[in-house]
Design a protein around this ligand. Structure first.
Ligand code: 2AM
Ligand code: CA
Length: 277
């Protein structure tokens, strides 16, 4: 299916920022051996990509508002449209020369997510979706979530709470429950790609807590258009507000939710309070 004008605008911005990220990714390995503080370099790469995306999207759609990982909220003249942008999701991978990172761009119209794009410059894979029009990889092949219904045959992806973040104890309880019930657990380090890969049927399901809107907004559109089901950990619709997502096809989503709820009920009050922070 040929891309719409809107998807083309998002693609142009992502590809331009992707070229900048790909160049910087090539430098990271050198910096790592030269002990020159690659973290600062990666942070600069992140900012460069965000600037490019901001400039490109502003040029193509003047007045739209932004919510960006680095620059935060930027109010435009048009309050009905807002881009939600993560210029580099999977920062830790990027810093370690692991080619699993992405650019994530979503468009919100009157508070509703209507388009999403996730681009991995290292593999040149692009995942796109528009509300009601389906989800695609590289503009060609239609995406569909995996059809498996048995957790025992399913590969489930997750994200691990970072050092200094709450929820380690609860996560370990959830992990114990899901690893005992599934065929295997994966962790990529880019929540945006986790959702794209679940939409593509590579992962049968995904759950993660403590995420921000720019990590998941585009992935939510892509997953929904690929026939996926998703909710927060309470089975409710407050994914962006809670920063928690549980996803898969209808059956796997329901089974994951049930196991996660049971694991949560098992957790200490301290663990539950920490994960709610
Ligand atoms: P980032 O790479 O843009 O930081 C990995 O589990 C996911 O968590 C990634 O999407 C990552 O986005 C996000 N994340 C949120 N907070 C983080 C943190 N403090 N450190 C690293 N990744 C974080
Ligand atoms: Ca991110």
């Amino acid at each position: 299916m040929p891309s719409s004008a809107l998807i083309n605008v998002m693609l142009t911005a992502a590809r331009k920022a992707g070229r900048s990220l790909a160049r910087d990714f090539g430098e990271v390995e050198q910096l790592q051996v030269s002990l020159k503080g690659p973290a600062n370099f990666v942070s600069a790469a992140d900012h460069r990509a965000e600037e490019i995306i901001h400039a490109e999207l502003s040029r193509a759609r003047p007045g739209y508002s932004f919510l960006m990982e680095e620059r935060g909220e930027i109010k435009g003249d048009d309050p009905t449209h807002r881009w939600i942008v993560d210029p580099l999701d999977g920062t830790t991978n990027f810093l370690h020369s692991i080619p699993i990172f992405s650019i994530s761009i979503a468009l919100e119209r009157e508070g509703e997510l209507v388009a999403g794009l996730i681009y991995n410059p290292a593999t040149d894979e692009t995942f796109t979706a528009e509300k009601g029009k389906g989800a695609f990889i590289n503009d060609r092949r239609r995406l569909r979530v995996a059809a498996r219904s048995e957790l025992a045959a399913s590969v489930i992806c997750t994200g691990v709470p970072h050092a200094g973040r709450p929820g380690h104890d609860l996560f370990l309880k959830e992990l114990r429950a899901i690893m005992a019930a599934s065929a295997g657990i994966r962790r990529t380090g880019s929540a945006a790609l986790d959702l794209a890969w679940t939409a593509a049927g590579r992962f049968d399901g995904f759950w993660e807590r403590d995420l921000r809107p720019w990590d998941i907004a585009a992935g939510m559109v892509i997953l929904r258009e690929a026939g996926g089901y998703m909710s927060d950990a309470n089975g409710k619709d407050r994914i962006l507000e809670e920063g928690t997502i549980v996803a898969g096809n209808e059956t796997i989503h329901a089974k994951l939710l049930k196991l996660l709820k049971a694991a949560g009920a098992n957790a200490t009050p301290e663990a539950k309070a920490a994960s709610a922070n």
